[in-house]
Design a protein around this ligand. Structure first.
Ligand SMILES: *Cc1c(COP(=O)(O)O)cnc(C)c1O
Length: 231
């Protein structure tokens, strides 16, 4: 099946479920993203700043770009002018920098807090208590140019469906608690970004509002990054 065929299959399924599709074009050339764009897709996810900036320059300007990978504070400035949603906010320090760059660009930048739900050392994200602490902090209350739309999580890469399901349930419970405690009056706090190619159906069953699908749409990732990003 072509990229366009794959895309349309997901778009139809997810539209019916009322779930947003983030097409993860990382490690695929801009042409691949353009094929999905021409089939009607508008939301694209990338995990590296440089790759996103290159594609943003080449591709149509009505694309909504979501950053889904770990973001270093010193790189926020490159995406601040155009980013639609930063899904991977994992510290107060990062949020402070996003707020600063948003002010410079005279805009509000929408964000999700990335929550650590997996049973793996390699994933970034805030622990539950760290997320609460961030939201309670006096400094957070001063950030007027960022808006938190919800939470994001990456489940453990496992064939054990019970575990994946439990991790998604934990994220949903945390979302409900945070909504009640901090965002009860804010209708904009409504997104739970969870689910990828291998587990999106489970995620939707547990309350996902936004799934991030890469390989099932674009195939195996083809661009190799010879230099891995260093802190
Ligand atoms: C790569 C990536 C995805 C997409 O993964 P697939 O398994 O290719 O669908 C989703 N979310 C994040 C955070 C990713 O880095």
């Amino acid at each position: 099946m072509s990229i366009a065929d794959n895309l349309l299959k997901y778009k139809n399924e997810l539209d019916l479920a009322g779930v947003k599709l983030v097409a993860v074009s990382k490690n695929h050339p801009a042409d691949a993203a353009l094929e999905a764009y021409n089939a009607g897709q508008r939301i694209f996810g990338e995990n590296l700043v440089q790759e996103m900036v290159e594609k943003q320059e080449q591709l149509p300007k009505d694309i909504e770009w979501h950053l889904i990978g770990h973001l270093q504070s010193n790189k926020v400035k490159y995406i601040a002018p155009f980013i639609k949603l930063i899904e991977s906010v994992d510290s107060l320090k990062l949020l402070k920098e996003i707020n600063k760059q948003a002010i410079k660009n005279n805009r509000v930048i929408d964000c999700l807090l990335q929550i650590y739900i997996a049973d793996e050392d390699t994933k970034f994200g805030l622990a539950f208590d760290e997320a609460i602490e961030l939201l309670r902090s006096e400094e957070f209350a001063t950030f007027k140019n960022v808006r938190i739309l919800g939470l994001m999580g990456i489940a453990t890469n496992t064939a054990l469906e019970g575990q994946t399901k439990a991790e998604f349930q934990e994220l949903k419970v945390l979302f409900d608690g945070i909504k009640l405690s901090f965002f009860r009056k804010e209708d904009s706090f409504k997104e739970i970004s969870m689910g990828m190619s291998s587990d999106y159906k489970l995620a939707i069953a547990e309350g996902s509002t936004m799934v991030r699908i890469g390989s099932n749409i674009f195939g195996k990732r083809v661009i190799k990054h010879w230099k891995t990003e260093k802190e």
